[in-house]
Ligand binder design. Sequence first.
Ligand SMILES: *[C@@H]1O[C@H](CO)[C@@H](O)[C@H](O)[C@H]1NC(C)=O
Ligand SMILES: *[C@@H]1O[C@H](CO)[C@@H](O)[C@H](O)[C@H]1NC(C)=O
Ligand SMILES: *[C@@H]1O[C@H](CO)[C@@H](O)[C@H](O)[C@H]1NC(C)=O
Ligand SMILES: *[C@@H]1O[C@H](CO)[C@@H](O)[C@H](O)[C@H]1NC(C)=O
Length: 321
Amino acid sequence: MGRGLFSSASWLWLAAGQEFPTMETWSYEYPRQQYWKNIVDTHCASTYQSPIDIPKTLNYVDHANLTQLTEGVGERLGPFAWSLAAQTLNVTLHPGPLTWEVKLVNPESVVVQIGGLDYKLESMTFKSPSEHTVQGGHNAMEIQMRHVANTLFGGERKVLMVSVSLRMAENGGNAFLSPIWSAMPADGKGAPSTYIANPYLELAPPDKSFIRYTGTTTAPPCERAEWIVFMEPGYVGIPQLQQFRSSISGYQPSRLAPANGTLPLGISKAWDTRWGRNNRLAQDLGLREVQMVEMMNADPNAVPKLTVIAGMAGNSSWEQP
Ligand SMILES: *[C@@H]1O[C@H](CO)[C@@H](O)[C@H](O)[C@H]1NC(C)=O
Ligand SMILES: *[C@@H]1O[C@H](CO)[C@@H](O)[C@H](O)[C@H]1NC(C)=O
Ligand SMILES: *[C@@H]1O[C@H](CO)[C@@H](O)[C@H](O)[C@H]1NC(C)=O
Ligand SMILES: *[C@@H]1O[C@H](CO)[C@@H](O)[C@H](O)[C@H]1NC(C)=O
Protein backbone atom coordinates (compact mmCIF):
# COMPACT_ATOMS: atom_id res chain seq x y z
CA MET A 1 0.00 0.00 0.00
CA GLY A 2 2.66 2.47 1.10
CA ARG A 3 4.84 1.23 -1.74
CA GLY A 4 2.05 1.93 -4.24
CA LEU A 5 1.69 5.47 -3.02
CA PHE A 6 5.41 5.98 -3.24
CA SER A 7 5.50 4.77 -6.85
CA SER A 8 2.69 7.00 -8.00
CA ALA A 9 4.27 9.96 -6.19
CA SER A 10 7.60 9.42 -7.94
CA TRP A 11 5.78 8.98 -11.25
CA LEU A 12 4.15 12.36 -10.70
CA TRP A 13 7.49 13.85 -9.81
CA LEU A 14 9.09 12.50 -12.97
CA ALA A 15 6.22 13.70 -15.14
CA ALA A 16 6.45 17.13 -13.52
CA GLY A 17 10.20 17.10 -14.18
CA GLN A 18 9.48 16.79 -17.91
CA GLU A 19 6.75 19.40 -17.96
CA PHE A 20 8.62 21.86 -15.76
CA PRO A 21 12.24 21.67 -16.89
CA THR A 22 14.91 24.01 -15.56
CA MET A 23 17.90 25.63 -17.24
CA GLU A 24 19.87 22.54 -16.12
CA THR A 25 17.40 19.86 -17.32
CA TRP A 26 15.69 21.05 -20.53
CA SER A 27 16.06 18.75 -23.52
CA TYR A 28 15.92 18.87 -27.33
CA GLU A 29 13.70 15.78 -27.39
CA TYR A 30 10.84 16.86 -29.66
CA PRO A 31 7.76 16.36 -27.53
CA ARG A 32 9.62 18.01 -24.63
CA GLN A 33 10.64 21.15 -26.50
CA GLN A 34 7.08 22.41 -25.96
CA TYR A 35 7.82 22.56 -22.21
CA TRP A 36 10.62 25.11 -22.62
CA LYS A 37 7.83 27.66 -22.15
CA ASN A 38 7.61 26.54 -18.51
CA ILE A 39 11.25 27.29 -17.67
CA VAL A 40 11.15 30.14 -15.16
CA ASP A 41 12.90 33.46 -15.86
CA THR A 42 13.18 32.83 -19.60
CA HIS A 43 11.42 34.30 -22.66
CA CYS A 44 10.61 30.89 -24.19
CA ALA A 45 6.85 31.42 -23.72
CA SER A 46 6.65 34.75 -25.54
CA THR A 47 5.43 35.11 -29.13
CA TYR A 48 7.78 35.34 -32.09
CA GLN A 49 10.40 32.72 -31.31
CA SER A 50 13.24 31.33 -33.44
CA PRO A 51 14.12 29.45 -35.57
CA ILE A 52 11.61 29.80 -38.40
CA ASP A 53 10.88 27.96 -41.59
CA ILE A 54 11.81 30.46 -44.30
CA PRO A 55 9.05 30.69 -46.89
CA LYS A 56 10.29 30.57 -50.47
CA THR A 57 8.07 33.45 -51.47
CA LEU A 58 9.04 36.60 -49.62
CA ASN A 59 7.11 39.84 -49.66
CA TYR A 60 10.00 42.21 -49.07
CA VAL A 61 13.01 41.83 -51.33
CA ASP A 62 15.57 44.63 -51.56
CA HIS A 63 18.50 44.65 -53.94
CA ALA A 64 21.94 45.95 -53.11
CA ASN A 65 25.54 45.71 -54.24
CA LEU A 66 28.24 44.56 -51.84
CA THR A 67 30.54 47.53 -51.23
CA GLN A 68 33.99 47.77 -49.67
CA LEU A 69 34.26 50.20 -46.81
CA THR A 70 37.71 51.81 -46.54
CA GLU A 71 40.27 49.32 -47.89
CA GLY A 72 40.52 46.26 -45.65
CA VAL A 73 38.35 47.77 -42.94
CA GLY A 74 35.00 46.26 -43.77
CA GLU A 75 32.14 45.61 -46.17
CA ARG A 76 28.48 46.53 -46.42
CA LEU A 77 25.44 44.96 -48.07
CA GLY A 78 22.38 47.19 -47.80
CA PRO A 79 21.65 47.90 -44.13
CA PHE A 80 24.25 45.43 -42.78
CA ALA A 81 27.98 46.18 -42.42
CA TRP A 82 30.80 44.17 -40.83
CA SER A 83 34.41 44.87 -39.92
CA LEU A 84 37.29 42.95 -41.46
CA ALA A 85 40.13 44.84 -39.75
CA ALA A 86 40.94 41.91 -37.41
CA GLN A 87 41.92 38.98 -39.61
CA THR A 88 42.58 36.46 -36.84
CA LEU A 89 40.81 36.12 -33.51
CA ASN A 90 41.93 34.63 -30.22
CA VAL A 91 39.10 32.37 -28.99
CA THR A 92 38.46 29.87 -26.19
CA LEU A 93 36.75 26.53 -26.86
CA HIS A 94 33.92 25.12 -24.74
CA PRO A 95 32.56 21.64 -25.56
CA GLY A 96 29.32 20.53 -23.86
CA PRO A 97 26.24 18.30 -23.94
CA LEU A 98 24.06 20.83 -25.84
CA THR A 99 26.52 22.34 -28.33
CA TRP A 100 30.10 23.53 -28.68
CA GLU A 101 30.74 27.18 -27.94
CA VAL A 102 33.59 29.32 -29.27
CA LYS A 103 34.08 32.57 -27.32
CA LEU A 104 36.09 35.56 -28.50
CA VAL A 105 38.71 36.67 -25.97
CA ASN A 106 38.32 40.23 -27.33
CA PRO A 107 34.72 40.64 -28.53
CA GLU A 108 35.40 44.16 -29.76
CA SER A 109 37.63 42.66 -32.51
CA VAL A 110 34.66 42.12 -34.84
CA VAL A 111 31.96 44.79 -34.97
CA VAL A 112 28.87 44.71 -37.16
CA GLN A 113 26.33 47.43 -37.73
CA ILE A 114 22.62 47.29 -38.49
CA GLY A 115 19.61 49.44 -37.59
CA GLY A 116 21.86 52.24 -36.30
CA LEU A 117 23.49 50.05 -33.64
CA ASP A 118 27.01 48.64 -33.35
CA TYR A 119 27.22 45.06 -32.13
CA LYS A 120 30.34 43.14 -31.11
CA LEU A 121 30.80 39.45 -31.85
CA GLU A 122 30.85 37.49 -28.56
CA SER A 123 30.59 33.82 -29.45
CA MET A 124 29.42 31.16 -31.88
CA THR A 125 27.54 27.89 -31.42
CA PHE A 126 26.79 24.94 -33.70
CA LYS A 127 23.49 23.18 -34.44
CA SER A 128 22.97 19.96 -36.36
CA PRO A 129 20.82 19.67 -38.37
CA SER A 130 20.25 23.36 -39.19
CA GLU A 131 17.53 25.08 -37.17
CA HIS A 132 16.40 27.47 -39.90
CA THR A 133 14.77 25.53 -42.69
CA VAL A 134 13.52 26.45 -46.15
CA GLN A 135 10.13 24.95 -46.94
CA GLY A 136 10.79 22.38 -44.22
CA GLY A 137 14.20 21.31 -45.52
CA HIS A 138 17.33 21.35 -43.33
CA ASN A 139 21.02 21.68 -43.96
CA ALA A 140 23.51 19.48 -42.10
CA MET A 141 24.73 22.22 -39.75
CA GLU A 142 24.05 25.82 -38.80
CA ILE A 143 26.60 28.12 -37.19
CA GLN A 144 25.05 30.90 -35.13
CA MET A 145 27.12 33.95 -34.22
CA ARG A 146 25.95 35.91 -31.22
CA HIS A 147 26.56 39.67 -31.22
CA VAL A 148 25.58 42.10 -28.47
CA ALA A 149 25.02 45.84 -28.86
CA ASN A 150 27.68 48.15 -27.48
CA THR A 151 25.07 50.49 -26.05
CA LEU A 152 21.85 49.93 -24.16
CA PHE A 153 18.66 50.33 -26.19
CA GLY A 154 15.57 51.06 -24.10
CA GLY A 155 17.50 49.81 -21.05
CA GLU A 156 18.19 46.49 -22.79
CA ARG A 157 21.37 45.07 -24.35
CA LYS A 158 20.15 44.02 -27.79
CA VAL A 159 21.25 40.71 -29.30
CA LEU A 160 21.93 40.13 -33.01
CA MET A 161 22.32 36.57 -34.28
CA VAL A 162 23.98 35.93 -37.64
CA SER A 163 23.62 32.48 -39.14
CA VAL A 164 25.48 30.47 -41.78
CA SER A 165 24.20 27.04 -42.84
CA LEU A 166 26.47 24.26 -44.11
CA ARG A 167 25.85 21.26 -46.32
CA MET A 168 27.77 18.01 -46.15
CA ALA A 169 30.83 17.92 -48.42
CA GLU A 170 31.79 14.51 -49.77
CA ASN A 171 35.40 15.62 -50.16
CA GLY A 172 37.44 17.85 -47.92
CA GLY A 173 36.36 19.87 -44.96
CA ASN A 174 35.67 23.45 -43.99
CA ALA A 175 39.02 25.24 -43.48
CA PHE A 176 37.48 27.88 -41.18
CA LEU A 177 36.38 25.10 -38.79
CA SER A 178 39.71 23.20 -38.81
CA PRO A 179 41.50 25.06 -35.96
CA ILE A 180 38.36 24.79 -33.78
CA TRP A 181 37.83 21.10 -34.52
CA SER A 182 41.46 20.14 -33.96
CA ALA A 183 41.77 21.98 -30.61
CA MET A 184 38.33 21.08 -29.18
CA PRO A 185 39.03 18.88 -26.12
CA ALA A 186 37.82 15.33 -26.78
CA ASP A 187 37.20 14.75 -23.07
CA GLY A 188 34.77 17.68 -22.93
CA LYS A 189 36.90 19.47 -20.30
CA GLY A 190 38.84 22.70 -20.13
CA ALA A 191 38.69 25.82 -22.26
CA PRO A 192 41.83 25.90 -24.42
CA SER A 193 42.46 28.88 -26.63
CA THR A 194 43.23 28.89 -30.34
CA TYR A 195 43.23 31.27 -33.30
CA ILE A 196 40.52 31.38 -35.93
CA ALA A 197 39.95 33.59 -38.97
CA ASN A 198 37.47 36.46 -38.87
CA PRO A 199 34.22 34.62 -39.77
CA TYR A 200 33.15 37.46 -42.09
CA LEU A 201 36.30 36.76 -44.12
CA GLU A 202 36.36 32.96 -44.13
CA LEU A 203 32.96 31.59 -43.04
CA ALA A 204 30.37 33.94 -44.55
CA PRO A 205 29.44 32.81 -48.10
CA PRO A 206 30.67 34.67 -51.20
CA ASP A 207 27.09 35.65 -52.00
CA LYS A 208 26.11 37.66 -48.93
CA SER A 209 22.36 37.77 -49.71
CA PHE A 210 20.51 37.43 -46.42
CA ILE A 211 17.10 37.38 -44.82
CA ARG A 212 16.32 39.45 -41.78
CA TYR A 213 13.61 39.01 -39.14
CA THR A 214 13.00 39.42 -35.41
CA GLY A 215 12.85 36.42 -33.06
CA THR A 216 14.81 34.93 -30.17
CA THR A 217 17.89 32.87 -29.49
CA THR A 218 17.06 29.22 -30.25
CA ALA A 219 17.87 27.75 -26.84
CA PRO A 220 16.66 28.76 -23.37
CA PRO A 221 16.59 31.54 -22.13
CA CYS A 222 15.21 32.40 -25.61
CA GLU A 223 16.39 36.02 -25.48
CA ARG A 224 14.89 38.53 -27.92
CA ALA A 225 17.18 38.76 -30.94
CA GLU A 226 17.42 40.23 -34.40
CA TRP A 227 18.36 37.63 -37.01
CA ILE A 228 20.41 37.76 -40.18
CA VAL A 229 20.46 34.43 -42.02
CA PHE A 230 22.86 34.17 -44.96
CA MET A 231 21.10 32.34 -47.77
CA GLU A 232 23.97 30.65 -49.57
CA PRO A 233 25.12 27.55 -47.70
CA GLY A 234 28.76 26.63 -47.20
CA TYR A 235 30.15 23.13 -46.64
CA VAL A 236 31.15 20.99 -43.66
CA GLY A 237 33.25 17.86 -44.16
CA ILE A 238 31.50 14.61 -43.26
CA PRO A 239 34.27 13.73 -40.72
CA GLN A 240 33.90 17.22 -39.19
CA LEU A 241 30.16 16.70 -38.84
CA GLN A 242 30.77 13.27 -37.28
CA GLN A 243 33.26 14.67 -34.75
CA PHE A 244 30.80 17.35 -33.60
CA ARG A 245 27.73 15.10 -33.48
CA SER A 246 29.48 12.23 -31.69
CA SER A 247 30.98 14.69 -29.19
CA ILE A 248 27.64 16.22 -28.13
CA SER A 249 26.07 12.74 -28.13
CA GLY A 250 28.67 11.48 -25.65
CA TYR A 251 27.12 12.94 -22.49
CA GLN A 252 24.85 11.06 -20.08
CA PRO A 253 22.04 11.77 -19.44
CA SER A 254 21.69 13.03 -23.02
CA ARG A 255 19.79 16.26 -23.57
CA LEU A 256 19.62 15.82 -27.36
CA ALA A 257 16.74 14.64 -29.52
CA PRO A 258 17.55 10.92 -29.56
CA ALA A 259 19.03 9.18 -32.58
CA ASN A 260 16.68 7.18 -34.77
CA GLY A 261 16.65 5.89 -38.32
CA THR A 262 14.89 8.92 -39.83
CA LEU A 263 16.87 11.40 -41.95
CA PRO A 264 16.03 15.06 -41.30
CA LEU A 265 13.99 16.38 -44.24
CA GLY A 266 16.27 17.66 -46.99
CA ILE A 267 19.41 15.85 -45.80
CA SER A 268 21.24 13.24 -47.83
CA LYS A 269 21.93 9.63 -46.89
CA ALA A 270 25.42 10.59 -45.70
CA TRP A 271 23.70 11.74 -42.46
CA ASP A 272 24.72 9.37 -39.65
CA THR A 273 21.58 8.16 -37.86
CA ARG A 274 23.53 6.97 -34.79
CA TRP A 275 23.79 10.42 -33.23
CA GLY A 276 21.27 12.76 -31.60
CA ARG A 277 20.21 16.21 -32.79
CA ASN A 278 20.44 19.65 -31.17
CA ASN A 279 17.93 21.60 -33.25
CA ARG A 280 14.91 23.47 -31.98
CA LEU A 281 11.90 22.95 -34.25
CA ALA A 282 10.70 25.82 -36.47
CA GLN A 283 8.43 28.21 -34.58
CA ASP A 284 5.26 29.87 -35.78
CA LEU A 285 6.12 32.84 -38.02
CA GLY A 286 2.84 34.55 -37.15
CA LEU A 287 2.56 38.08 -38.52
CA ARG A 288 6.30 38.67 -38.72
CA GLU A 289 7.90 40.10 -41.83
CA VAL A 290 10.80 38.26 -43.37
CA GLN A 291 12.87 40.73 -45.38
CA MET A 292 15.43 39.71 -47.91
CA VAL A 293 18.41 41.69 -49.18
CA GLU A 294 19.65 40.18 -52.41
CA MET A 295 23.25 40.85 -53.45
CA MET A 296 23.27 41.91 -57.10
CA ASN A 297 27.04 41.90 -57.68
CA ALA A 298 27.69 38.30 -56.63
CA ASP A 299 30.07 36.39 -58.90
CA PRO A 300 27.76 34.57 -61.34
CA ASN A 301 30.38 31.81 -61.74
CA ALA A 302 30.67 31.14 -58.02
CA VAL A 303 28.63 28.58 -56.08
CA PRO A 304 25.02 28.59 -57.34
CA LYS A 305 23.40 31.85 -56.43
CA LEU A 306 20.67 31.82 -53.82
CA THR A 307 20.38 28.09 -53.53
CA VAL A 308 17.59 27.04 -51.25
CA ILE A 309 19.58 26.62 -48.03
CA ALA A 310 18.05 23.26 -47.50
CA GLY A 311 19.14 22.04 -50.90
CA MET A 312 15.99 19.96 -51.07
CA ALA A 313 13.95 21.71 -53.71
CA GLY A 314 15.07 21.22 -57.28
CA ASN A 315 14.41 24.89 -58.02
CA SER A 316 17.24 27.05 -56.85
CA SER A 317 15.91 30.53 -57.45
CA TRP A 318 13.86 32.63 -55.08
CA GLU A 319 10.41 33.61 -56.16
CA GLN A 320 9.19 37.13 -55.86
CA PRO A 321 5.52 38.00 -55.72
C1 LIG B 1 24.89 47.55 -58.69
O1 LIG B 1 25.98 47.94 -59.51
C2 LIG B 1 25.66 47.95 -60.89
C3 LIG B 1 26.91 48.20 -61.70
O2 LIG B 1 27.87 48.86 -60.96
C4 LIG B 1 24.59 49.00 -61.15
O3 LIG B 1 24.25 49.03 -62.52
C5 LIG B 1 23.38 48.66 -60.33
O4 LIG B 1 22.39 49.65 -60.47
C6 LIG B 1 23.73 48.50 -58.85
N1 LIG B 1 22.56 47.99 -58.18
C7 LIG B 1 22.14 48.46 -57.01
C8 LIG B 1 20.90 47.86 -56.46
O5 LIG B 1 22.72 49.35 -56.42
C1 LIG C 1 44.50 34.21 -25.99
O1 LIG C 1 43.55 34.13 -24.94
C2 LIG C 1 43.94 33.28 -23.90
C3 LIG C 1 42.75 33.16 -22.95
O2 LIG C 1 42.39 34.42 -22.42
C4 LIG C 1 45.20 33.80 -23.24
O3 LIG C 1 45.62 32.91 -22.21
C5 LIG C 1 46.29 33.91 -24.29
O4 LIG C 1 47.43 34.51 -23.74
C6 LIG C 1 45.81 34.76 -25.45
N1 LIG C 1 46.82 34.77 -26.48
C7 LIG C 1 47.33 35.89 -26.94
C8 LIG C 1 48.46 35.76 -27.92
O5 LIG C 1 46.91 36.99 -26.61
C1 LIG D 1 12.89 10.21 -35.37
O1 LIG D 1 13.22 11.36 -34.66
C2 LIG D 1 12.69 12.54 -35.19
C3 LIG D 1 13.21 13.63 -34.30
O2 LIG D 1 13.22 13.21 -32.97
C4 LIG D 1 11.17 12.49 -35.22
O3 LIG D 1 10.65 13.65 -35.83
C5 LIG D 1 10.73 11.27 -35.98
O4 LIG D 1 9.35 11.15 -35.90
C6 LIG D 1 11.39 10.03 -35.40
N1 LIG D 1 11.06 8.89 -36.24
C7 LIG D 1 10.67 7.75 -35.72
C8 LIG D 1 10.41 6.66 -36.71
O5 LIG D 1 10.55 7.59 -34.51
C1 LIG E 1 10.41 23.97 -60.33
O1 LIG E 1 9.39 24.91 -60.44
C2 LIG E 1 8.54 24.73 -61.52
C3 LIG E 1 7.58 25.91 -61.59
O2 LIG E 1 7.11 26.25 -60.31
C4 LIG E 1 7.83 23.39 -61.39
O3 LIG E 1 7.00 23.16 -62.49
C5 LIG E 1 8.87 22.30 -61.30
O4 LIG E 1 8.24 21.06 -61.06
C6 LIG E 1 9.85 22.58 -60.17
N1 LIG E 1 10.91 21.60 -60.22
C7 LIG E 1 11.26 20.90 -59.14
C8 LIG E 1 12.35 19.90 -59.35
O5 LIG E 1 10.73 21.04 -58.04
